[in-house]
Design a binder for this molecule. Structure first.
Ligand SMILES: [Ca+2]
Ligand SMILES: [Ca+2]
Length: 98
């Protein structure tokens, strides 16, 4: 049995490759693939931002080597940032409920 963290890491890799394999480079997300991933996997986050340019902005922010694709290294930066934001949110909620 993998630990919870190992299962989460496996899931992260599986999700990335599920979308990155659709077009072009199998190991990178182009803008269309990134959009699909965000809409399917992070729909609450995307809709909460109410920003039609959000995918473009995320793409620009993440694509640190400027090849117009998001590789796994770039993708984990997004996941880490969102995870930190979620953790902050839960800590705030906990403080408020005390
Ligand atoms: Ca691809
Ligand atoms: Ca890139």
């Amino acid at each position: 049995m993998p630990s919870q963290l190992e299962a989460a890491m496996d899931a992260l890799i599986a999700v990335f490759h599920h979308y990155s394999g659709h077009e072009g480079d199998k190991y990178k997300l182009n803008k269309g693939e990134l959009k699909e991933l965000l809409n399917s996997e992070l729909n609450d986050f995307i809709t909460s931002q109410k920003d039609p340019m959000l995918v473009e902005k995320i793409m620009n922010d993440l694509d640190s080597n400027k090849d117009n694709e998001v590789d796994f290294n770039e993708f984990v930066v997004l996941v880490a940032a969102l995870t930190v934001a979620c953790n902050d949110f839960f800590q705030d909620q906990k403080k408020k409920s005390k």
